[in-house]
Design a protein around this ligand. Structure first.
Ligand code: GRF
Length: 193
């Protein structure tokens, strides 16, 4: 990614469906001087997403699209992204799959965070599957989004050692804490910072 010219940061939209703890960490990062991005828009498919409250706390514009009709929602979404000059999209716990058409329009400009060491454990319930398979390590991955689920080019990963008596909840919590650090680092990396 090429940073915006002048003093402007690259305008970024974060897409969420739930708690939004990664959104919060991205907002905090975006407000530091070293950040090449600003968060200008929060998008959700779920009007009850807890993370939408950060829009108010941090005075950021938010918009909800049902995605019941993906085609219609994506058309409206593309138009709002355009009016807001959005040049980077960060998916953070966004539970809808974007169409190939949408992804093409933002080629190389959509990132996602996934709670496993990709290419292993794509999809849902990663911690449960990792523990069932008695893995020694898990972790998290920030990657570019392409048309195939959890399959785009990997930007950064962080390994987490699985401890004795690990539960889905304990592993999820420890990995999430690492996610909050990894996403900002991955953004610095794609801007060559
Ligand atoms: C994170 O574990 C993320 O990796 C996954 O969904 C979860 C979202 O958590 N894609 P939060 O909404 O950011 O707290």
């Amino acid at each position: 990614m090429v940073p915006s010219t002048g003093h402007n940061k690259t305008k970024t939209a974060v897409f969420i469906s739930g708690t939004g703890s990664n959104l919060k960490s991205l907002i905090k990062f975006s407000r530091t001087s070293k950040s090449p991005i600003s968060i200008n828009l929060i998008i959700s498919n779920n009007s009850k997403a807890k993370g939408l409250n950060y829009a108010k706390t941090y005075k950021i514009k938010k918009k909800v699209f049902s995605f019941k009709n993906k085609n219609i929602s994506e058309k409206k979404l593309l138009s709002i992204l355009k009016t807001n000059d959005i040049d980077l999209i960060c998916l953070a716990g966004f539970m809808k799959i974007l169409s190939g058409n949408f992804i093409t329009k933002f080629k190389g400009k959509i990132l996602n965070i996934h709670p496993s060491l990709l290419p292993n454990y794509k999809g849902l319930n990663t911690h449960k599957r990792v523990l069932n398979n008695k893995e020694k390590y898990s972790g998290c991955t920030v990657h570019f989004v392409n048309a195939r689920l959890d399959s785009g080019k990997i930007i950064l990963q962080k390994k987490v050692k699985i401890s004795k008596n690990e539960t889905e909840a304990s592993l999820g919590k420890r990995i999430l804490a690492q996610e909050h650090r990894l996403y900002p680092k991955a953004i610095l990396k794609i801007f060559n910072l």
